[in-house]
Design a protein around this ligand. Structure first.
Ligand code: RP5
Length: 161
């Protein structure tokens, strides 16, 4: 279907949106349909189960999950779907996102989460990586991604001042 979201962006709280919107922005720029939802591993566990268990069947191809602090959302989502899950550690106030990073990256063997950088860079790169995954089987998207990357290269000034 033409309006079928291919990427699901989930986050533990509305407070994560300021970070996770960068993943959505990248997907918008690349013309990748996506949906955004607040799904908390701790505050809305049943919503998480419903989301993860239905994700593949609803036509999603990649899940991007962002959370901060005791960031169990990406790993728990990955435990309930075979879709690739990209984890974004949101920068926390108390520990600057180190808690989020370590919570997401140290998955046990058998349930992978592709963990990105803390904060905005991680969200941007999660969007780009989701697009790259989809581009493996979508030539038009691959061309758009190549164009996006070339524009980024062209935008880098050689003069530092
Ligand atoms: C996590 O707790 C969320 O992912 C968020 O990063 C953090 C704080 O949430 P709020 O208290 O701002 O809702 O579950």
């Amino acid at each position: 279907m033409a309006d079928q979201p291919l990427v699901g962006i989930i986050m533990g709280s509305t407070s994560d949106w300021e970070t996770m919107r960068h993943a959505a922005d990248v997907l918008d720029a690349l013309g990748v349909l996506h949906e955004t939802k607040v799904v908390s591993a701790h505050r809305t566990p049943r919503r998480l189960v419903d989301y993860a268990e239905s994700a593949a069947g609803r036509g999603l191809k990649v899940v991007i999950a962002g959370a901060g602090g005791a960031a169990h959302l990406p790993g728990m989502a990955a435990s309930m779907t075979r879709l690739p899950v990209l984890g974004v550690p949101v920068e926390s106030k108390a520990l600057s996102g180190m808690d989020s990073l370590l919570s997401i990256v140290q998955m046990p063997a058998g349930i992978p989460v592709g963990t990105l950088a803390i904060g905005r860079a991680g969200a941007v790169n999660a969007g780009l990586m989701a697009a790259a995954i989809l581009a493996v089987s979508d030539d038009a998207l691959a061309a758009r991604l190549d164009t996006w990357r070339a524009a980024q290269t062209d935008s880098v000034a050689i003069d530092p001042q």
